[in-house]
Write a protein that binds this ligand. Structure first.
Ligand SMILES: NC(=O)c1ccc[n+]([C@@H]2O[C@H](COP(=O)([O-])OP(=O)(O)OC[C@H]3O[C@@H](n4cnc5c(N)ncnc54)[C@H](OP(=O)(O)O)[C@@H]3O)[C@@H](O)[C@H]2O)c1
Length: 280
């Protein structure tokens, strides 16, 4: 299979699926006529059809494609998987982005011969600055995996992890945008208390976080070194850092990641026990 002739199906073109469809079309990852889409809500596919993607009912769509991305809510997964099972062939690959639904749950419904890839994206894929962790349940054709990675790299930094690390990913990058929003809000409030308007504080706080993240990303230095490089002894930053250290900001953030990861683990156990029990 050569990437440009790969035929891709996407079922569910809401917030996440729609972002993926747009990225594929924007970046010409495959020709639009090789992109087959389906969503229950016709208004969610109209724009993509205008751009050349092809709308087909699920049974016909499955017959056309090499790789299927499923982007419906976790609760909609089981009925959808049951409805597509009769049409899937072992040479195809199913990619699920549903939070909390394990590869084994999906395989239990589909039958074990269908290769399944699980991807955990975060909300920032909508601005092409997301993160995606990808897990494969079994050996999957390297060319197909590299094509799947290419799709998600259009909107995210992609890492590959064993599936038992997906809860940790959820705790860090899945929930992480909310922690950063909270930090930005704290910076905005500080700016206001120091005399700036909310509008200017928001602009400065947002760009400060964006710039700092870019410096971390592009630097070889570890974060301790970067902190030291800004915190001149006797200067201003060190006074702010003392307050953050007193409040144990780093511990708090680490605890937030752990708490969210633990909750993801509990939810996943419940969801998958329910799916697997009901599918027998
Ligand atoms: N949003 C995030 O930040 C995020 C992060 C990580 C993972 N995820 C995962 O991404 C998945 C999609 O989330 P989302 O926020 O994009 O959801 P969404 O905006 O609700 O989009 C899902 C779309 O799929 C449609 N749908 C449901 N069942 C279908 C079926 N059987 N056939 C065709 N279309 C169907 C839905 O229609 P109806 O509205 O009529 O049901 C809806 O239009 C979820 O599993 C979620 O866990 C999301």
């Amino acid at each position: 299979m050569i990437n440009s002739v790969c035929k891709l199906g996407i079922i569910g073109t809401g917030k996440m699926g729609g972002t993926i469809v747009n990225a594929i079309l924007d970046k010409n990852i495959i020709p639009p006529q090789n992109l087959f889409i389906y969503d229950k809500q016709e208004d969610k596919i109209y724009n993509f059809i205008q751009r050349g993607a092809r709308f087909l009912p699920v049974d016909k769509l499955i017959k056309k494609i090499d790789i299927l991305i499923i982007a419906v809510k976790p609760n909609d997964m089981k009925p959808l998987l049951q409805s597509i099972k009769p049409y899937l062939k072992p040479a195809q690959v199913v990619v699920s982005i549903a939070a909390g639904v394990s590869i084994s749950s999906i395989k239990m419904i589909l039958g074990t011969s269908i290769p399944v890839v699980r991807v955990m994206p975060n909300a920032a894929i909508s601005v092409s600055e997301g993160t995606c962790a990808l897990s494969t349940g079994s050996t999957i054709d390297a060319e197909k995996i590299s094509f799947i990675e290419k799709i998600f790299r259009a909107v995210a930094v992609v890492v590959e992890v064993p599936e038992n690390k997906i809860d940790a990913v959820t705790g860090l990058s899945g929930s992480g945008p909310a922690y950063v929003y909270m930090m930005i809000e704290g910076l905005i409030r500080g700016g206001e208390q120091a005399g700036l308007s909310r509008e200017i504080s928001r602009k400065l706080a947002t760009q400060t976080v964006l710039g700092a993240a870019k410096l971390v990303k592009e630097s070889d230095k570890d974060t301790e070194e970067l902190i030291a490089s800004v915190a001149t002894p006797g200067g201003t930053t060190i006074e702010g850092l003392k307050v953050l250290e007193e409040g144990k900001l780093m511990d708090l953030l680490a605890r937030a990641v752990m708490a969210a990861a633990k909750k993801a683990h509990q939810i996943n156990l419940e969801v998958n026990a329910h799916n697997e029990h009901k599918s027998i």
